[in-house]
Design a protein around this ligand. Structure first.
Ligand code: BV8
Ligand code: ZN
Length: 237
């Protein structure tokens, strides 16, 4: 299976990749739906919504502040680094990530389509001003903008539209891909998961890398079972 994946990947003119929380698992960042995915007794779907933020901005910020603290301690792993290598090899390469942790950028990926936003960006709920704030811990929660408005994390919550320009680039890349890698995602969140179908329908070879079966396994041409930080470097060796 890995040999077949290598045979498809090496000569591929256009490669697109979709990553999820699983690629950051080996950096020590809990996934959403795995064992460590809970925070206190909440699920992501409970807190990552505009309603939860409107109801209790401080609670939602405590969750994000905790995650920012965990991510600040984390380092990119061999899987992130392997994708940097792949980006330099493939004539056409697009990395699409559902992750908001910024580890692909820190690993050296040049062009990252962050379809669910960026945890290190703050956006004012009142005036819309955005700025990067990389403090591992924000002293007073919720943070306030100079205009007095409450600032929110610059991420896409459930029920919110994905950034239209970023999303159309992701769709375009999936539709052009000769090989589409799906790495570390349960493929349950939409419209992100639809990128796999788009790639498949347009003729891409779909290669999944995951420690478990997922909603994408059925349409993948190859499903490589194992940790991304082990399998990806082997594919590029
Ligand atoms: C939208 C950013 C419409 C925030 C995230 C009912 C009601 C309301 C909405 C819906 C509904 N039904 C469907 C929807 C749509 C909804 C949705 O899909 N819900 C799901 C839960 C069913 N989607 C939305 O709401 C989207 N917006 O539809 O808008 C619209 C249109 C126009 C105008 C207005 C509105 C927005 C979705 C984005 C939500 N934001 N994140 C934040 O991070 O705080 S989603 C969140 O889930 C993260 O981005 C995460 O990446 C993503 C997906 O999860 P995964 O990455 O896959 O992580 P997970 O834990 O699930 O899986 C980890 C995988 O890794 C596992 O498979 C595991 O086996 C594997 N793994 C673990 N270790 C390893 C590994 N693999 C390899 N190696 C390892 N070592
Ligand atoms: Zn403001």
């Amino acid at each position: 299976m890995k040999d077949q994946a290598r045979e498809w990947l090496c000569p591929a003119r256009s490669v697109a990749v979709l990553t999820g929380a699983g690629i950051s698992a080996e950096s020590g960042i809990p996934t959403f739906r795995g064992a460590g995915g809970l925070w206190r007794e909440y699920r992501a779907e409970d807190l990552a919504t505009p309603q939860a933020f409107a109801r209790d901005p401080k609670l939602v910020w405590e969750w994000y502040d905790w995650r920012r603290g965990v991510i600040a301690q984390a380092q990119p792993n061999a899987a992130h680094r392997a994708l940097v290598q792949l980006e330099r090899r493939a004539p056409e390469f697009t990395l699409i990530t559902q992750n908001v942790d910024g580890l692909h950028d820190r690993a050296g990926s040049a062009r990252v389509l962050k379809i669910h936003g960026d945890i290190w960006i703050l956006r004012c709920s009142r005036c819309g001003r955005e700025h990067q704030d990389c403090r591992a811990s924000i002293p007073d929660l919720p943070p306030r903008c100079a205009c007095g408005g409450i600032e929110r994390p610059g991420v896409v919550w459930f029920g919110e539209a994905l950034p239209p320009d970023v999303w159309s680039c992701a769709e375009h890349a999936a539709s052009r891909a000769d090989v589409f890698l799906v790495i570390g995602t349960s493929a349950v969140v939409y419209p992100a998961a639809r990128l796999v179908d788009i790639a498949k329908v347009r003729g891409a070879k779909v290669i999944e890398i995951n420690i478990a079966e997922t909603a994408a396994s059925a349409i993948a041409d190859i499903s490589l079972r194992g940790a991304a930080a082990e399998i990806l470097p082997e594919l590029l060796a």
